[in-house]
Design a protein. Structure first.
Lengths: 114, 114
């Protein structure tokens, strides 16, 4: 069973379009995250949700809007896609927000904006 | 902001040999460190962690060493196998701020030569 699953795995779209990436975790964790990994493999946190509540928004443009319908799901909606949004987006979860909790990552969504 | 860097972006090691991946961190207040392994097409996977009150921690075939004096972290992999080929990330955190402040390094690509 996949612990953290995200869909789609690949997403190719035109500039200006709106797209969503879905994430679900079956670990019973309270905290979920979105990370962005650029072409140089650099990983940076975008958002963090704890029990459906937004905890952190790391200077991400307003075009990115996370939505957490319940604590097992954290979706990412992106409006007016730009070329610079091309990256791999990873969803992750942890039991708590505490700094010593392991993060479990999904397998990533490779977004290509043309 | 704070950054976590790596001395070697790529490393090639003969199968069966030991490998050492190095990492420098800049936040002297970081008190928890993690190594992640990312295989091609997958999300990062937890390998081993260490708290700042320790100098060394061993797992199965892996050892993490922490030198707080020079803010240096290393991951040693013993008797490398083809399955060890991946990108390895160190990550640091001030645990009081929670996982939202987890900062990843830029990654080292380890290639095991058969």
């Amino acid at each position: 069973d996949t612990a953290v699953s995200q869909t789609p795995k690949y997403l190719v779209t035109q500039m200006g379009n709106d797209k969503s990436i879905k994430c679900e975790q079956n670990l019973g964790h309270d905290t979920m995250y979105w990370y962005k990994q650029d072409s140089k493999k650099f990983l940076k946190i975008m958002f963090s949700y704890n029990n459906k509540e937004l905890i952190i928004n790391e200077t991400v443009p307003n075009r990115f809007s996370p939505k957490s319908p319940d604590k097992a799901h954290l979706n990412l909606h992106i409006n007016s896609l730009e070329l610079g949004d091309s990256a791999v987006y990873f969803c992750a979860s942890s039991q708590e927000r505490a700094g010593t909790e392991k993060l479990f990552f999904g397998s990533g969504t490779q977004l290509s904006v043309l | 902001g704070e950054s976590v860097g790596l001395h070697l972006p790529t490393l090639s090691v003969q199968e069966g040999d030991n490998s050492i991946i190095n990492c420098a961190y800049s936040n002297s207040a970081s008190d928890y460190f993690i190594w992640y392994k990312q295989e091609s097409g997958k999300g990062p996977q937890f390998i081993i962690d260490i708290r700042s009150n320790m100098d060394k921690r061993q797992g199965q075939r892996v050892t993490v060493l922490l030198n707080k004096t020079v803010k240096h972290l290393s991951l040693q992999i013993a008797a490398t196998q083809p399955g060890d080929s991946a990108v390895y990330f160190c990550a640091e955190i001030e645990s009081k701020f929670g996982n939202e402040k987890l900062t990843f390094g830029t990654g080292t690509r380890l290639t095991i030569i058969p």
